[in-house]
Design a protein around this ligand. Structure first.
Ligand code: BJW
Length: 250
């Protein structure tokens, strides 16, 4: 099954942990996933950080270290290539914090849940900054001197950046009726608001596609499902109609 893109088609892509699985980055749920060995609320909630910040920093430090040895896979590259063809008719919304889409060359990207290679202060308004360090003890903010540094990711119960949500809404609202596609890749559809995008897209007239190794719980929300690993499927998924997009749009 192939997804045909015409000269005016807009494409909104949502990715989840599955897209990085073939790079060697563990997913969250399911066998071998990050949540299998530790309760989510312990390491990915503000309450968990208040209770035991050292454990949280050990968890994120280990993930930072792992990222130093992984790179984008053919799934990431396929999405960067499709963006080159579509230009501003493309937007990539990722729940992943691993930065692999940017490494592959994606530019029109919204990192909905932040970036693991950034830290921020839990007290002052200092902007998130690049930080690939590993910590055994909780680092202090050297700007305000009183706050604790934490990974600049979005934990359960925390608000997502309203500017990010606005950018996604605008893309959906400006997509041409009857000629746009929502494609979800490698996500279990368990976490909101990202999980709500498929129904939002359907009601806004988008065709809905899913690429995943297994049928996730929200499979029925999608019109088209292509089963398989994204690193194999994505490079073969896109088909350009005869008058399809030029290779280098403005
Ligand atoms: C492959 C593959 C291969 C494997 N190829 N596929 C509405 C209803 C109910 C609850 C809520 C709601 N709105 C908000 C909530 C509360 C909450 C929520 O969603 N709870 C749910 C548990 C129900 N949401 C929030 O709190 C969010 N904040 C928010 O909405 O604020 C306002 C608000 C707050 C409270 C109440 C109401 C409103 C914040 C969510 C933040 C999520 N953060 C995390 C951690 C980020 C940092 C870190 O990395 O540690 O984000 S949790 C974790 O899950 C991470 C992921 O981005 C996210 C999604 O996981 P993902 O990517 O789908 O991974 P998996 O592992 O679940 O799935 C992988 C899939 O890939 C599987 O299907 C595999 O089969 C597949 N796969 N290999 C293709 N090779």
């Amino acid at each position: 099954m192939r997804l045909t893109l015409g000269p005016g088609t807009h494409l909104l892509v949502l990715t989840g942990a599955g897209v990085s699985a073939e790079s060697g980055v563990p997913t969250f749920r399911g066998g071998g996933g990050l949540w299998e060995s530790r309760p989510v609320e312990q390491v990915a909630s503000p309450q968990g950080f208040d209770r035991d910040p050292e454990t949280v920093w050990r968890f994120y430090s280990a993930r930072r270290e792992k990222l130093a040895s992984v790179g984008p896979n053919p799934g990431h590259v396929a999405l960067a290539e499709v963006e080159k063809r579509l230009g501003d008719r493309f937007l990539l919304v990722t729940q992943n914090v691993d930065g692999l889409h940017r490494q592959a060359g994606s530019e029109r990207i919204v990192e909905l849940h932040g970036n693991i290679l950034e830290s921020r202060c839990d007290s002052c308004h200092r902007l998130p900054f690049f930080d690939d360090a590993s910590y055994d003890t909780v680092p202090r903010c050297d700007e305000c001197g009183r706050g604790r540094l934490r990974p600049a990711v979005v934990w359960f119960g925390e608000m997502l950046d309203p500017a990010h949500l606005h950018r996604v809404e605008t893309f959906i609202n400006e997509a041409p009726a009857g000629d746009w596609v929502f494609l979800a890749v490698g996500t279990s559809g368990a976490v909101y608001p990202a999980a709500g995008l498929v129904l939002q897209s359907r009601s806004a007239g988008g065709a809905t596609w899913l690429v995943n190794v297994d049928p996730p719980d929200n499979r029925a929300a999608f019109e088209h499902f292509v089963q398989g690993p994204s690193g194999e499927i994505l490079p073969r998924l896109f088909e350009w109609s005869r008058s399809g997009p030029p290779l280098t749009p403005s």
